[in-house]
Ligand binder design. Structure first.
Ligand code: AMP
Length: 578
């Protein structure tokens, strides 16, 4: 550990009570320091305390509970003494989050041979029963399926040491309070309980008072999210449909004119295609291949350093270990697979106080991934449309103007080259301003078009997902007309035979669909709650899968409800009215 870090009073992972196998994984993942929530939560959790944490996704909360869980598991239950009953249970509101958490626990526990199982609704129960029967250490579950498996006697909670409620406010919003209480009631009194929630409404406090004993409380605002290694660099994402990414990249580089940039691509094939396109546009780009030997790489970097090349196009693997301190720009041809990869890549610019620019080409579907990066780094990524051909022309004109001004101000006239005499001659017949304009136009034409003229559609960021916005959207059916309101293009409507009269709220429907099918909260569109039925918009392409998963029914407010395609929408006449 460096003196500097001590001086700044920033804890290191090695200061935390975690065993070497966990520290090694954390190091491999490139985490340099614990995030604030990790710094505060890990020690009390390893000591066995209950914890109430207010922290949103992106603060590093998963590692904050997963690392202590793995530490305690290894401590309290050596591998050879492990039986079938789980040590830890993590409850998460959606299948999506359950999978994400379970992936993280598996990753962190890789060196400790931890058996992790994810169970959620909508998937066949058979493999989950088998998994539980074979024995697991940590179960990550959505509440509905956990209850189901407990009732079948497959999920045994009697030996449980630790329960985590992740995104507890979401679970309550989805109507899972009874399931959570039933599960907690079935665990031994001695278990440790950890409750994480992005918000702290009274219902969460009540739940905490009932189940947590003298909990440590930790509150982390979003701004204090994991610092990562991201330096202060200007970060911009250009939104572009996937098929136009390379064309857009050309334009962005034209506009930015980096002195020395690295362009990251996903695959080696992309590296070749992108290099070719950029070279075709007159940019000096070179591919960096994984197959190149060290000497060859050094030569390429040398060409970048001396200005003979301005762009290196590479995969993450090919760029590994390169000394590229001189970079001014990092460009992501594709959104990196993980937030860590993004942070690593952009860590290559802005070193030693230099200014740096990070550019990402992103299809609108990846905006959420960039929002996660923002939360992780606490830094803003500006979303911008791809520059138009007109923008490029304007930028080029601006550069010409600056160059001319510099020449006029500082250049030394050279009477011998004949230019002055030529201008004087032309000025006898033409307005000198016209002469200058014609000269610039000729020069611009000689330099070629700055753009290939490809039409790049303008796209905008999608609205944020349901898990970000508190509570799902609802268009209440007021009067008869609401029932016939047409859904958006590309979506279809499901009819659910339960409504306001049964106490059904939009969040109940989101919860049921997200828990029992492949849909995430983000996929679900407008919801109309009527007296005895509800209408839910979902993407047309997902409809068959959803109906198959639900097998025509779902549980809403403890009662079975039928779900089918909305016939009113399918063209059978007027919609349903209450
Ligand atoms: P979470 O809030 O748990 O969803 O974590 C957000 C992201 O931060 C995940 O991609 C983690 O892998 C990453 N992360 C967690 N802890 C750290 C850390 N100490 N340093 C860097 N990245 C981290």
């Amino acid at each position: 550990m460096s003196l500097n870090e001590h001086a700044l009073d920033l804890p290191l992972f090695s200061d935390l009570p975690l065993r070497a196998e966990l520290l090694a994984v954390v190091d491999e993942l490139g985490y340099t320091r614990p995030s604030p929530i990790q710094a505060e939560a890990i020690t009390p959790l390893v000591e066995g305390r209950d914890l109430l944490g207010q922290a949103a996704t992106g603060t590093g909360k998963t590692a904050a509970f997963a690392l202590p869980m793995l530490e305690r598991l290894t401590d309290l239950r050596p591998a050879r003494e492990r039986g079938a009953a789980p040590f830890g249970l993590i409850l998460a509101p959606t299948r999506e989050l359950a999978l994400q958490v379970s992936e993280a626990v598996t990753r962190y526990g890789a060196r400790l041979h931890t058996r992790v199982l994810t169970v959620y609704g909508g998937a066949p129960v058979g493999p989950q029963l088998k998994g539980l029967h074979q024995g697991v250490d940590v179960v990550v579950a959505t509440p509905g399926r956990a209850i189901d498996l407990m009732n079948r006697g497959a999920l045994k909670l009697q030996d449980l040491e630790m329960v985590v409620l992740d995104e507890a406010d979401e679970m309550l919003d989805m109507g899972f309070v009874e399931e959570i209480e039933t599960l907690l009631d079935a665990t031994p009194d001695t278990r440790q309980v950890v409750l994480f929630s992005a918000t702290m409404p009274r219902r969460i406090e009540t739940l905490a008072q009932k189940y947590l004993r003298e909990p440590v409380t930790v509150r982390i605002a979003r701004e204090e999210a994991v610092e990562g290694e991201a330096p202060q660099v200007r970060q911009t994402a250009y939104l572009v449909p996937r098929t136009h990414t390379t064309a857009a990249l050309g334009r962005v580089l034209e506009a930015e004119r980096p002195k020395a940039a690295i362009v990251f691509c996903r695959t080696r094939l992309d590296v070749d295609a992108v290099t070719e396109t950029l070279t075709g546009r007159g940019l000096r780009a070179e591919a960096l291949h994984g197959g190149m030997d060290q000497e060859h790489r050094t030569r390429v970097v040398e060409r970048l350093r001396s200005g003979r090349t301005e762009l290196l196009v590479a995969t993450d693997v090919a760029a590994r270990g390169l000394d590229i301190d001189l970079l001014t720009h990092v460009v992501n041809h594709d959104v990196p697979q993980s937030s860590e990869a993004y942070v690593h890549r952009i860590g290559r610019v802005g070193r030693a106080g230099r200014e740096g620019v990070a550019i990402t080409l992103a299809p609108p579907s990846k905006v959420y991934a960039l929002r996660n990066v923002e939360r992780l780094t606490g830094q803003t990524i500006e979303m911008a449309p791809v520059p138009t051909a007109a923008d490029l022309r304007a930028a080029r004109l601006e550069r010409t103007r600056e160059a001319l001004r510099a020449e006029l101000e500082t250049g030394t006239p050279d009477a011998t080259d004949g230019v002055d005499a030529m201008i004087a001659g032309l000025a006898e017949d033409f307005d000198p301003a016209h002469v200058a304009a014609a000269a610039i136009r000729l020069m611009t034409a000689a330099a070629g078009s700055p753009d290939d003229g490809e039409d790049i559609p303008v796209v905008s960021a999608p609205r944020s997902g349901a898990r970000d916005a508190r509570g799902p959207r609802e268009t209440r059916g007021r009067g008869g007309a609401a029932g016939t309101r047409a859904p958006k293009a590309g979506t279809t409507r499901l009819f659910v035979n339960a409504g306001r009269a049964s106490g059904v709220r939009p969040q109940d429907i989101v919860g049921a669909l997200a828990n029992e099918s492949n849909l995430t909260g983000r996929d679900i569109g407008a919801i109309q709650i009527h007296e005895r039925h509800a209408l839910v918009e979902i993407p047309e392409h997902a409809a068959d899968d959803v109906l198959r998963s639900l097998r025509g029914t779902t549980t809403l407010k403890g009662r079975r409800a039928n779900v089918r395609r909305d016939r009113g929408f399918a063209g059978a006449g007027a919609g349903h009215r209450d």
